[in-house]
Design a protein around this ligand. Structure first.
Ligand SMILES: Nc1ncnc2c1ncn2[C@@H]1O[C@H](COP(=O)(O)OP(=O)(O)OP(=O)(O)O)[C@@H](O)[C@H]1O
Ligand SMILES: [Mg+2]
Length: 264
């Protein structure tokens, strides 16, 4: 039986005196991979930031597993199971991959009473093993002791994905997870997202201009235009949809490869 994981109700966001989101609604159940696609400036990142609690909404509601979380902060939604990969780089540059994962794990999973003191507790084997297991998932096991500032762009993106996974999220919000990642790693990340949805029931929201990869792994796709959902369809229909072609893909649509399989 499917369970409703996250609901956005008529979300509106204004920034710098401009209405950026003009009423976005979405209902996502467990195991779905939802592509949120659209041209630059359509409002994809703004929508994601509002959903994860990084940006206040001017009206509307965000409901997580039946609980209204509108107005709650990012860290509290993270603790409630919302993993987030922001579009812009967000690693701690001077810390190693291992330290980045440890800090995040301790800050978000650490006890509320300990606060920042949870950063300085003794390392445990359980914590070390969990970090290695996560690094393995994103093929960073050989880079654990490299400073984040010395990673390639694609490795950094995989660290940000690993960081989101340390929470064992129920909802994973990925803002351009394939950006700066080479094709084989992009396929690998796409497969991993599909696997998390299929095997662990994670609800994945995915924005990316690597449309072929996004459509390969998503179960449905939304087209965002000017802060509104213009259309929604299954991936096969989405790529052919006149509004999608006319307003987003253009003539590039003809170079989209035929849908490649993803194991579900
Ligand atoms: N802090 C801000 N102040 C004013 N306008 C903003 C602010 N942040 C974003 N915007 C505007 O909001 C609109 C949507 O931006 P957003 O980053 O959500 O687009 P996007 O769909 O994620 O684009 P891209 O595909 O390029 O990442 C754009 O017109 C942008 O200029
Ligand atoms: Mg964006």
């Amino acid at each position: 039986m499917t369970a409703v994981r996250v609901v956005a109700e008529d979300l509106r966001v204004a920034q710098g005196g401009k209405q950026i989101l003009r009423g976005i609604s979405l209902r996502a159940t467990d195991g779905e991979v939802i592509g949120v696609l659209g041209p630059s400036g359509a409002g994809k990142s703004t929508f994601f930031r509002a959903l994860v609690g990084e940006l206040p909404v001017s009206s509307g509601r965000v409901v997580l597993e039946g609980k209204d979380v509108t107005g709650t902060p990012l860290w509290s939604r993270a603790r409630a199971g919302v993993g987030y990969i922001p579009q812009t780089p967000s690693v701690l540059w001077d810390l190693t991959v291992r330290e980045n994962l440890r800090v995040y794990r301790r800050v978000v999973l650490g006890s509320r009473s300990r606060g920042l003191a949870s950063l300085f507790v003794r390392r445990s084997k359980e914590e070390d093993d969990a970090i290695v297991a996560i690094a393995n998932k994103v093929a960073l096991e050989d880079r654990l002791d490299v400073r984040a500032g010395q990673l390639s762009g694609g490795e950094r993106r995989r660290l940000e994905l690993a960081r989101a996974l340390t929470l064992a999220p129920k909802v994973l919000v990925c803002d351009e997870p394939f950006a700066g990642v080479d094709p084989q790693q992009a396929t690998r990340i796409g497969d991993l997202l599909a696997q998390l949805a299929r095997e662990d029931g994670v609800t994945v929201l995915l924005a990316d201009h690597h449309v072929a990869e996004a459509l390969r792994v998503c179960t449905r796709a939304l087209l965002l235009l000017d802060g509104e959902v213009a259309t929604e369809a299954a991936p096969e229909a989405f790529r052919e949809h006149p509004t999608v072609v006319g307003r987003y893909l253009g003539s590039w649509q003809r170079s989209l490869p035929p849908p490649a399989p993803v194991s579900r």
